[in-house]
Design a protein around this ligand. Structure first.
Ligand code: BES
Ligand code: ZN
Length: 890
């Protein structure tokens, strides 16, 4: 690995490979210390290429022998490559034998061990850590894989595709042979050899074909697999119904593994999952966990078409599969959620993620376009921009061509490109070509700037009502700040879904001048110029504009609306997303005023009254109420400020929450009482929403009680903590104690640990809760430092490392950004420690400092110093090196 500073890879340098590999037979003699891999490849010269040496990727491998057409052939090892200078003329067979060391593989990329079994992770460039290969996504081969291993220790042997043969061997070993009929890039290869058990389900799909679905887990975990299996079945049904995309394999497997860098991986027919996104039981998983499992199972399943059947030509095109598949999983979860408000609740959650993660990224040191132009380490570009903003770009396409038009576009995409490795251009072209009359087809080259330009565009709106002519003119302007290597931004194509409300909250018919009379009360304006005017006619009174409904484009909207307008939207907007947004804006304005003026925050009756009206509303969903009554996060507040003092933000937000707790005391009591859920647990949106609101109420009541020196509600929370029938309620009660700085938290925490000492995923929660609790007097930070030495803590398990280190450094600004810089020292120590054995994980944690330049003093200088200290190390991985170098460049 560490061989000096790596060169950047550039998108413009793409060239097709000189050779193709059409098929490969792999044989594994699995041994934790020394696994022997035998590979037999059918190599074909690329007729369009120039021939020359055959260069195969390889990393941390020991070559044993290389044969071409059965003859030994000379080769040399270069940095990360095995080079055959004189391969045979024409097509040939290449046989390679090499070893690798799974047990020593602490990076969790390639072939590694976890919980006594063997697992693989090959995306993006992990296959080269298993055997020598053309490890790039445009080289697609048919795989036949034989696994050999000790039968007692590894009774289950899995790989992609169909099981064709299995049996016993000498010395207590056995074998299994798998064949995957679909040509695939190496990053989709997978194998598993372990002591596992499966939940199985046979299904018959619309087309009348039978399939076997399996969810493989460790022996004790079978009772936690029902939800994952149900999610998988729902995913199969949904993709066939919504996009006519059927399951193309006889067998589809999900395997759970406890040590995993990411969430899950879409290997063809053999998805490998972090246990966190498979295992669920009401006693151990929260409503949020259930929802996340459904969405991740869907996501990886949907990759089977968007990623696997059609894959990426090169890694710059990553959003081709990830942006599109995130869009698909978001749509899936919305469709599964049922009611219109439940859909809005999911949309709000997705936009929340976008603003919390992607907007800061777009403004920070790692800013890059959805389709990046260069990278040093590809693992650093599995980002919120490629994923979440990429999904928004696909969503805008759907908005511009309509839902049916988008489905037609998808069909054309598969008609044209099934079995190929393609680019983001190919995708956009197919959607546009299937919808010739659409706004997307008309504006395609300009629309594609969404792929090319980094940064979050800012849309400024100004409305002017003219009573004598009964017209309302809306001026929309767009601009985007310069970013790394992109000084001038060209205008985007921005779909602005909108409506107008009368001041008493009635939707108005929308008719632009020169148009026939209209009845529609919502429409999409397509902003293409730097500035455009839209004049609405027949407008009887001065309207309140409701712009960017459902968050129709990933932009920052500046509309200059006053409290009075926002209160109308909060009370009446037919678009639930904008209703929520109006509430957030009311809260944000108050927070920003207090923070900017260094004045104590004092909530006004209008705001409190509006919040009470939402909380007490007779028809709104509980889940939606909980979202409205949660003020913007500290991270989101920080993004609105030019200079960030995390302590001041924290103080202002805490003051707002406390005042809401106090002013609405009676309402919170009502909310707690009225939203208890009886009967057996289900994770459906309705009861989950009730639990979310009840838990928020409990936290508010405890907070108010602490401030009054009353312990009644803390006693109730502790009681709930002890008696809770599910993890959502138990964790909610523990959180209420932690967030109200109650001494009873110190009783509950050890009890919680005792109850779940054997359950790794619940212990992760135990660490994470303590690390993300609201800071007061440095106690949270001190606790985290002590927890580093807890016998259950280890940096070597990624979930555990994230539960403590990421929760503190990434999710708890007030505990992390300390005037004494101790948080930054903690960060630099953990990054360096982690980087020595797991660069991917280290690099992700390193990125919490992306926005250091925005900090106020003394934080800013101290943060820079800490980053410089990490950067000064000579033994950094490329992963961390790229992140800290870019941070120091800002
Ligand atoms: N293909 C990725 C997994 C991956 C990411 C492998 C980075 C190697 C490097 C997978 O489809 C994915 O996107 N997983 C997400 C979860 C998903 C629901 C967004 C993840 O692992 O975070
Ligand atoms: Zn994905």
């Amino acid at each position: 690995m560490r061989e000096g500073i790596a060169q950047a890879v550039r998108r413009a340098d793409y060239a097709a490979p000189a050779y193709w590999i059409r098929s490969v037979e792999l044989t594994f003699d699995l041994d934790p210390v020394r696994t022997i891999v035998a590979s037999r490849m059918a190599v074909v010269r690329n007729a369009a290429g120039t021939g020359g040496p055959l260069r195969l990727h390889g990393e941390d491998l020991e070559p044993l022998r290389v044969l071409a057409n059965g003859q030994s052939v000379s080769f040399r090892s270069e940095a990360g490559e095995l080079v055959i200078d004189n391969p045979p003329e024409g097509d040939f067979t290449l046989e390679i034998r090499n070893t690798c060391a799974p047990e020593k593989n602490t990076q969790l990329s390639g072939l590694y061990t976890s919980g006594g079994g063997f697992f693989t992770q090959c995306e993006a460039e992990g296959f080269r850590r298993i055997t020598y290969f053309l490890d790039r996504p445009d080289v697609m081969a048919v795989y036949t894989v034989t696994l050999r291993a000790s039968k007692s220790r590894y009774p289950v042997l899995l790989s992609n595709g169909n099981l064709v043969e299995q049996g016993d061997l000498d010395n207590g070993r056995h074998f299994a042979k798998w064949h995957d009929p679909f040509p695939k890039p190496s990053y989709l290869f997978a194998l598993v050899a372990a002591d596992l058990v499966a939940r199985e389900q046979h299904i018959r799909t619309r087309s009348g074909k039978d399939h076997l679905l399996q969810v493989w887990v460790r022996r004790g975990d079978l009772d936690k697999t029902e939800h994952a299996m149900n999610s998988l079945i729902a995913s199969v049904v949904w993709d066939e119904a919504r996009f006519r995309l059927p399951l193309d394999l006889d067998r589809f497997m999900i395997v759970a593994v406890g040590d995993f860098n990411m969430g899950a991986m879409e290997n063809k027919g053999l998805n490998i999952f972090n246990t966190k996104y498979v295992l669920a039981h009401p006693a151990t998983a929260t409503d949020e966990d259930y929802a996340a499992i459904e969405s991740v199972v869907g996501h990886e399943y949907f990759h089977n078409w968007t990623g696997n059947r059609i894959t990426c030509r090169d890694w710059f095109q990553l959003s081709l599969k990830e942006g599109l598949t995130v869009f698909r999983d978001q749509e899936f979860s919305q469709d599964m959620s049922g009611s219109a408000t439940a859909r809005a609740v999911k949309r709000i959650a997705d936009v929340h993620t976008l603003r919390e993660l992607q907007f800061p990224e777009d403004a920070g040191s790692m800013a890059h376009p959805v389709r990046p132009d260069e990278y040093v380490e590809i693992n650093n570009f599995y980002t919120a921009t490629v994923y979440e903003k990429g999904a928004e770009v696909v969503r805008m396409m759907q908005t511009l061509v309509g839902r049916d038009g988008f489905a037609k576009g998808m069909s054309l995409y598969f008609e044209r490109h099934d079995g190929q490795a393609v680019t983001c251009d190919d995708f956009a072209q197919a959607i546009a070509d299937a919808n010739p009359g659409s706004e997307l087809a008309r504006t395609l080259p300009q629309f594609k700037r969404w792929y090319a330009q980094a940064g979050t565009p800012r849309v400024t709106a100004r409305g002017r009502y003219d009573a004598p002519t009964r017209t309302y003119t809306l001026a929309l302007e767009q601009a985007c700040a310069p970013s790394h290597g992109q000084a001038d931004k060209q205008p985007y194509v921005i779909p602005v879904a909108m409506g107008l409300l009368s001041r008493d909250g009635q939707p108005m018919a929308l008719r632009l001048e020169d148009e026939p009379p209209a009845t529609a009360t919502e429409r999409v304006l397509v902003l293409e110029e730097a500035r455009s005017f839209y004049t609405f006619v027949d407008v009887d009174s001065e309207p309140v504009p409701s712009l960017l409904r459902h968050f129709s484009a990933p932009v920052t909207l500046v509309d200059g609306l006053h409290d009075a307008d926002l209160l109308v939207l909060l009370a009446h907007d037919p678009d639930a997303f904008n209703r929520w947004e109006a509430g957030q804006r009311l809260a944000l304005q108050r927070l920003l005023t207090a923070i900017r003026n260094e004045a104590p925050l004092q909530l006004d009756a209008a705001f409190v009254g509006a919040m009470r009206d939402v909380l007490r509303h007779p028809t709104l969903d509980a889940a939606f109420k909980a979202q409205v009554l949660t003020p913007p996060s500290e991270t989101y507040i920080a993004e609105q400020l030019e200079s960030v003092d995390p302590q001041r933000i924290h103080a202002a937000r805490e003051a707002m929450v406390l005042q809401l707790a106090q002013a609405l005391h009676g309402d919170w009591e009502w909310a707690w009482e009225a939203h208890q859920v009886a009967g057996p647990y289900t994770s459906a949106p309705e009861p989950a929403g009730r639990r979310a609101l009840a838990n928020l109420a409990l936290a508010m009541l405890c907070l108010d009680a602490t401030a009054r020196g009353d312990v009644l509600w803390q006693g109730r929370a502790y009681q709930r903590f002890k008696d809770a029938a599910n993890m959502t309620d138990r964790e909610g009660a523990l959180w209420a104690l932690l967030a109200s700085h109650s001494e009873m938290a110190d009783l509950a925490l050890p009890r919680f640990h005792d109850m779940f000492r054997g359950d790794a995923l619940v212990l992760d929660k135990w660490f994470a809760l303590q690390a993300s609790a609201p800071e007061r007097d440095g106690r949270v930070f001190a606790r985290v430092k002590a927890l580093l030495k807890h016998p259950d803590f280890t940096l070597h398990n990624p979930n555990r490392a994230r539960s403590l280190v990421r929760s503190l450094c990434g999710d708890n600004p007030a505990a992390f950004h300390r005037a004494d810089a101790a948080g930054y020292v903690f960060w630099s120590e953990r990054v360096i420690e982690l980087d020595a054995f797991n660069p991917q994980l280290a690099s992700r944690i390193a990125r919490v400092m992306d926005r250091w330049a925005q900090l106020a003093e003394p934080y800013r200088s101290a943060a820079r110093e800490a980053i410089a200290r990490v950067a000064a190390r000579t033994d950094l991985s490329n992963d961390v090196r790229e992140v800290v170098t870019r941070a120091l460049e800002t």
